[in-house]
Each structure stands twice: as C-alpha cells, then as structure tokens.
Design a protein around this ligand. Structure first.
Ligand code: SF4
Ligand code: SF4
Length: 362
C-alpha cells in the first residue's frame, strides 16, 4: 500500500459549484519551498514496513490555479523513487501549455477530473460546460481515469441520463451524492427511479462496460456486526497539508472548510476506532457500507461520529439497487442445474440484502 499525502496547493477556484463545502476560499497559494519541505519530510520519514511508496495528491480550490508549483515540484521530484503524483481538478483550466507539459509527465502524474454529467447538469451544478473540459484528451492519456460525478438535489432527476451518456461514450464514472444536501424520502424515491433506469440499461452490457459502482462488493455487510467500520482514511493512512504546511486529517478539517477557531477536532484520537462509532447506527443493516463523511459530521455537529441521517434513505436505496442488479446478473449467467458454491453464496447474500432493505422507494 502507498501512503496517501494530500497537498492543498491553492485556496482559489475559478468555479462556484452549488455543493462546494469550501466556504473560505482566497487567493492563497502553496509555495515551492513549502511543497519541497513536505515531500522531503514524507520521503525521509516513510515507514517502509507499512508502505511501499508515496502518493501525493494535489488539490484545491482548483489546483491548476497553481500550475507553476505543480510543474516545479514534479520536475524537481522525478529523481526520487517510489513516489507518484495525482492532480484532482475540475478540468476547466487546461490550455495548450499545461496540456503539453502534462502529456510529457503523464507517467509521473495522473489527472483525475470531475464532471457531473450532460451539459445542462454541468451548468446547473458547476456553472460551466462539459465542452470546457478536454475529456477526450484526458481519457486518451490516462485511460484508467474515472470521472468523479457529484449528484446534487438539482441534478438528481437527470442522474441516469448523465451517467448513461458518459459511460456509453467510454468515460468511466465514479458517482457520489453531494454531502450536506437536505436529502429526504422524496429524493430517495427519485434516486430509486434513476437507479432502476441505470440498472436496466446496463444489465445486457458486457461486464467491462458496466459502471464499477454496480459491481462493488457487498461482502462487508456480512462482516461481524461488532466490527467498527470506517468509511474513509481520514486521520489514518492519509494526511493532508494545507498551503502553509499545517497538517489536517483531511481537507474537511482545514481552514478552507471550517473556521480556524473551530479546532476541537485536535482533541480527537483518530486512531481510536470507537471515536467513529455512532450508537444510533448499531442496528443498521448497511452500517458497514455507509459512506458517511466524518469531516462533514464534525462541521455539522462538532463530533465525527454523529452521522448525517438525512443520507440514510439514499444510501439504503443505492445498496438495494446494487444488490438487485447483482442478483439479476447472477441469475442470467448461473448454471441452474449445476450452480457453483460461490454463485449460491452470492445469490443468498443478495437475497438477504433485498429482504432486509425491502425497498419502499420504488
Ligand atoms: S471545482 Fe471544487 S473547489 Fe471549485 S467550486 Fe467546485 S467543488 Fe468547490
Ligand atoms: S445509513 Fe444511516 S443509520 Fe445506517 S449507518 Fe449510515 S447514518 Fe447510520
């Protein structure tokens, strides 16, 4: 496993997306000196018994507002072994000059881009056009790229059209619900309709053309129920540096997102799993797949463990449709007279999920 280090290299962004949780943007940028100190420190202190390398992720704001830093850092750091860079960008600030540079260094730095769907959705959520992003160029150079698609309340009713459009044009997606939205049961019904449309569309497609979220493992739901599941690496094997070199568990705890005076999180022991346990969720069937955002929990309630229950119906609807899709996939391919043990086990598991969730949002 590679250690993940995130560098917030810019507090500035050229967009103003409707779901953006970065409320304290400014023109501040990370300097080359600060970046060099962070990277040198990480290389020198890497625990080689735990990690087999380092991955540095450049984020913002919009990291391309500090392209000169990306360029200087990568050209300086290429001499080190076992390190790699990623940039997580909204994709709208590419130009001839930086595209030429990225192509030259593409083995050393990967470009991860977010795009929310068809043009009307991109405009609703982000105020820009899909044509502002060179997605053909990105897919050509980083063929494993998955486009991060954020679903807002406003874009929910066009979610299926957006995802199908991107996937059918060869662009792999990574959809996720916007955190902080006031999701409710009515939204869950719409989400269910959208997911039905998506699953019907992809059921007859070859496996390599099916969006990866529909094929994700559901096995964690069958782990021991007293196990405390953590939905992300915040404060654990990942670390985030702000523009001045200060360290945060993830961007959600940084001054880009929360007021500097709100620093009670410094008293939380992020290595203690019990800090992430919400007692109200102890009987929830999907708790081992719940994608709660601990940073957002903290922002909202002052604790990392108090999960945002407005997400529950949305998460349950999603898992119901994933299980239903996987059940149909298995039934389409299983040898009914001589099923394998694995197929029987998988079928039992998806049936248990469907019975437990008994989707009321269809
Ligand atoms: S591109 Fe990212 S940082 Fe910029 S406004 Fe949108 S969500 Fe926020
Ligand atoms: S879905 Fe809701 S009840 Fe279940 S674990 Fe997540 S926040 Fe808790």
């Amino acid at each position: 496993m590679k250690k993940q280090c995130t560098l917030i290299i810019s507090h500035s962004c050229n967009l103003n997306c409707i779901y953006c949780y970065e409320k304290f943007k400014s023109n501040k940028l990370m300097s080359f000196d600060t970046a060099k100190k962070i990277i040198t420190h990480e290389i020198e202190s890497l625990d080689n018994t735990r990690y087999n390398g380092l991955e540095f992720n450049f984020i913002g704001g919009e990291p391309l507002t500090n392209f000169s830093l990306i360029k200087s850092v990568c050209e300086w750091a290429i001499k080190f072994e076992k390190i790699h860079f990623n940039i997580i960008t909204n994709g709208t600030m590419f130009n001839d000059e930086n595209m030429e540079w990225f192509e030259h260094y593409k083995k050393f730095i990967r470009v991860d881009v977010s795009v929310d769907g068809i043009n009307s959705i991109q405009q609703t959520n982000r105020g820009c056009c899909v044509s502002d992003i060179p997605i053909d160029w990105i897919s050509k150079n980083w063929s494993n790229n998955r486009y991060k698609m954020t679903i807002s309340k406003k874009s929910l009713s066009d979610y299926a059209n957006s995802l199908i459009h991107l996937e059918d044009n060869g662009f792999k997606t990574m959809p996720s619900l916007a955190v902080g939205e006031n999701w409710n049961e009515f939204d869950a019904k719409i989400y269910s309709q959208q997911l039905s449309k998506i699953t019907n569309h992809f059921l007859s497609k070859p496996i390599n053309q099916i969006p990866s979220f529909l094929l994700q493992s559901i096995d964690s739901l069958f782990e021991k129920q007293d196990y405390i599941y953590k939905s992300c690496q915040t404060g654990d094997s990942s670390i985030t540096y702000d523009i001045d070199g200060a360290i945060y568990p993830c961007i959600l705890f940084s001054p880009l997102v929360i007021n500097k005076t709100n620093d009670n999180w410094k008293n939380i022991n992020f290595n203690d799993l019990s800090q992430f346990e919400d007692k109200e969720c102890s009987n929830c069937f999907i708790k081992n797949m719940c994608k709660t955002c601990y940073g957002y929990n903290y922002l909202r309630t002052g604790t990392i463990c108090t999960k945002d229950k407005r997400m529950c119906a949305m998460y349950k609807t999603e898992i119901y449709h994933i299980a239903n899709f996987q059940k149909q996939l298995i039934e389409n391919t299983i040898d009914k007279f001589n099923p394998s043990e694995i197929e029987i086990k998988r079928l039992n598991r998806v049936n248990i999920i469907l019975n437990e969730l008994n989707n009321s949002y269809e």
